[in-house]
Design a protein around this ligand. Structure first.
Ligand code: HEC
Ligand code: HEC
Length: 295
């Protein structure tokens, strides 16, 4: 490591030292320009509007992203619709690139590099995907407009959702917190969660932030005293089971002390068919969940 000033040198050595410092600092300036140059290059999509790059990006997307974000990027069971112009974590090319490159911390969105997704993607491939997403965005149909205000009334009132679900800290605890569900799930997934809740159970596994580490399995038990209880499983091992009953009471049982213990891969939430919830009301509820998720 050379000294950063030439105090302590005399005569000839001092002038050599000074010249060396000048050279060093100009190299540093040069390096500085080179590196800011490449940062600048990262802010702009080198393939913007390039149809061929979009095609390559679509291929990459199917390979690496579609199992969460759905085919055509219209949203899947685990990731949001990416064809909406208004994105939650930033709309610029640079922000989208960054979200893909580094992932979104605190969410299930993994980094596309460092083996977070598949074998890892190069910057070039990520830009191709950004290009593809831009092309898909233009073709996306307008979102069906539900009435979020009415959806909120239903959620907290008539439809009874808030007895089991929390939104922004208010509501029940038997079902998962739905504060971010509108942002992280597709419209189709949300509709299906209501019409046919048992088809795909909510999963906690991929959401680091959720308390529940696994699927929301339902459970019915009859205790040694003959009390019947039903609810969801919070934790379970070979010998014990911890459950939350429908009155939000927490129980810990030793399995072999129970008169009966029955687990079902079936939602504790009953299906809302057209009679209990019209298509219009369903749309309003989804609009409400999406409006909360967008905040
Ligand atoms: C394991 C599932 C998963 C995979 C794989 C995945 N994502 Fe995501 N992604 C998510 C989730 C969940 C979110 C929403 C995060 C949040 O806001 O809670 C998200 C968010 C995003 C966002 C931000 C959306 C916004 O509204 O700002 C972009 C962009 C994105 N993903 C692109 C991609 C791309 C491109 C790939 C493939 C290279 C990919 N994702 C792979 C789950 C995934
Ligand atoms: C009796 C309690 C109960 C009621 C009432 C209830 N839910 Fe649920 N809900 C659950 C449980 C438990 C789960 C988790 C199992 C599953 O995926 O079905 C769940 C799952 C969900 C999911 C899927 C979440 C995810 O991350 O996959 C959505 C969306 C949802 N509920 C919305 C609603 C809405 C909207 C209403 C009101 C119309 C409602 N629920 C009423 C208990 C309930």
């Amino acid at each position: 490591m050379p000294p950063w000033n030439c105090r302590g040198f005399n005569g000839f050595t001092r002038s050599v030292c000074k010249r060396a410092l000048v050279m060093l600092s100009s190299t540093a300036t040069l390096l500085f320009f080179v590196s800011t140059g490449s940062i600048e290059a990262q802010e702009k999509n080198p393939f913007a509007g390039d149809a061929k790059a979009a095609k390559l990006g679509e291929y990459q997307f199917r390979l690496n992203c579609a199992f969460c974000h759905g085919l055509g990027a219209r949203g899947g069971g685990r990731g949001p619709d990416l064809t909406k112009a208004q994105k939650r974590h930033g709309n610029s090319d640079a922000e989208i690139f960054h979200n893909i490159h580094d992932g979104i911390s605190g969410t299930a969105m993994p980094a596309a590099t460092n083996g977070g997704i598949g074998v890892g993607m190069s910057d070039e491939e990520i830009w191709q995907v950004v290009t593809y997403l831009r092309s898909a965005q233009v073709m996306a149909p307008a979102q069906p407009a539900g009435n979020a205000e009415h959806g909120k009334e239903l959620f907290n009132g008539g439809a009874g959702c808030s007895t089991c679900h929390m939104i922004q800290g208010k509501g029940g605890r038997l079902g998962p917190d739905l504060t971010t569900v509108g942002a992280s799930r597709s419209t189709e997934y949300l509709a299906e969660s209501l019409r046919n809740p048992s088809r795909r159970l909510a999963q906690g596994i991929f959401e680091a932030m959720k308390e529940f580490p696994k699927e929301y399995e339902s459970v019915s038990v009859v205790t040694a005293e003959g009390t019947k209880l039903s609810g969801v499983i919070l934790n379970e091992d070979q010998f014990t089971v911890q459950m939350l009953d429908t009155h939000e009471q927490l129980h810990l049982f030793e399995k072999d002390k129970l008169r009966s213990f029955e687990k079902r891969r079936e939602s504790a939430m009953s299906a809302y068919d057209q009679k209990t919830l019209s298509d219009k009301d369903l749309q309003d509820l989804i609009a409400y969940l999406q409006s909360v998720g967008a905040q």
